[in-house]
Design a protein around this ligand. Structure first.
Ligand SMILES: Nc1ncnc2c1ncn2[C@@H]1O[C@H](COP(=O)(O)OP(=O)(O)OP(=O)(O)O)[C@@H](O)[C@H]1O
Length: 376
């Protein structure tokens, strides 16, 4: 657990970068610091590993004030991932990852063996180990940066805009992989980003800072979207908050899944049922949904060319946002749902999804009502 207790930082030129900042980054969770440029995110994060010393206040790691921990020991406990990976250009990938353990006295072979395991963990196979950073793509370099930060198996990890130097598609992939990795490693992470969408995807909790390093709100992604503390947070989180918050809510068991008939590729048109307003769900040989198909577009047999791909397909356990999107993008008006194995399950209607949204809103409102009842 990392605790900020009334921490302030004034630079020698008088700039108040952080003012009276207090928050807790819980163990095994990702805490994201976001806010506009110059609001003190980087200063706050660098005070944790004492690259910058606070002017006042204390920061503790699992109850131990950082001011009292030897800097070498502190850096061993806290992995650090920076933008652009910051790799040593003249060292191979494996030696980049092994660098800090070597510096701390580990045997070369042991450090390299572990480095190879870590490279594997971040999705880089053996062939990358002997390459140099300039031979890697931006996304691959960033993975090496993550592997290097994990080299001393630190319980804490600081990440400064770790995925911002790569294009949006690679960034989305790295974010996804990183969340899976965190499920395995369970580190206590503080991450800085200026990108609210990245914060909403990665954060277990998000601390929104305003100019002068003052905390505007700290909350879960869902709460930040649902109940921004003030206008500044609402504007920073951005528009379509209601729709985006559906990305964190799942359907309940009451959601009606309709049994719209399937039209397997290659099947004869004569053998097919009428469908819903003529619409059927085209499925492949493994009964996986491909998209919608209208009876009028089917000749003698169902062909892949006749499938309409406009509608997105939602997974059974997907958040309501994905189900709603599947329905809204669908030519038939209903959304296609696939099971965990990718097989076709059924379809959901827009009105049924809206009813599920309303039930979830009532469900979330209830605890507060009950609290009010308890107080009365
Ligand atoms: N060494 C320094 N000396 C004086 N002022 C500084 C120093 N480093 C940062 N600042 C100032 O402190 C404030 C906070 O800077 P910081 O880098 O922490 O912000 P940030 O939120 O990380 O910004 P960005 O998103 O642009 O990276 C800014 O006004 C900045 O100009």
């Amino acid at each position: 657990m990392i605790v900020f207790d009334h921490v302030s930082k004034t630079y020698p030129d008088g700039t108040m970068a952080v003012e009276d900042l207090s928050f807790t980054a819980p163990n095994g969770k990702i805490t994201v610091l976001v806010g506009p440029s110059g609001c003190g995110k980087t200063t706050s994060m660098r005070m944790i590993n004492r690259l910058i010393d606070p002017t006042s206040g204390t920061i503790t790691l699992d109850g131990q004030p950082t001011a009292g921990i030897d800097k070498v020991e502190l850096r061993r406990k806290i992995g650090y991932v920076i933008q652009n990976a910051g790799l040593f250009p003249h060292r191979t990938v494996v030696d980049n990852v092994a660098a800090l353990p070597r510096l701390l006295g580990e045997r070369k072979q042991d450090a390299r063996d572990r480095a190879r395991q870590l490279l594997n963990l971040v999705g880089l196979d053996e062939s990358f180990a002997r390459k140099y950073p300039w031979q890697l793509s931006g996304g691959q370099q960033q993975r090496v940066g993550v592997a290097r930060a994990l080299a001393t198996d630190p319980p804490f990890l600081l990440m400064d805009e770790p995925f911002s130097a790569v294009d949006p598609i690679v960034r989305a992939q790295l974010q996804d992989e990183f969340l899976k990795l965190q499920e395995t490693i369970g580190k206590t992470i503080v991450m800085v980003t200026h990108d609210i969408d990245e914060a909403l995807i990665l954060g277990d909790q998000i601390a929104v800072l305003r100019q002068g390093g003052r905390l505007a709100q700290i909350a879960s992604p869902e709460e930040l979207l649902r109940a921004p503390a003030d206008r500044f947070v609402a504007d920073f989180v951005g528009t379509s908050r209601g729709y985006r918050s559906l990305g964190f809510i799942h359907a309940d068991e009451q959601l009606t899944v309709r049994h719209t008939p399937a039209a397997p590729l290659g099947s004869s048109a004569a053998a097919l049922p009428p469908g819903s307003d003529g619409w059927l769900v085209a499925v492949d040989e493994q009964a996986r949904p491909l998209g919608w198909i209208h009876r009028e577009r089917i000749g003698e047999v169902v062909t892949a060319e006749a499938v309409d791909h406009a509608g997105s397909i939602a997974a059974e356990d997907a958040p309501l946002r994905d189900l709603l999107d599947a329905a809204l993008s669908s030519p038939s008006g209903d959304g296609i749902v696939a099971g965990a194995d990718g097989g076709y399950l059924g379809t959901v209607g827009t009105s049924d999804i809206v009813a599920a949204i309303q039930r979830s809103k009532r469900g979330r409102a209830r605890p507060a009502d009950e609290e009010a009842g308890d107080r009365a």
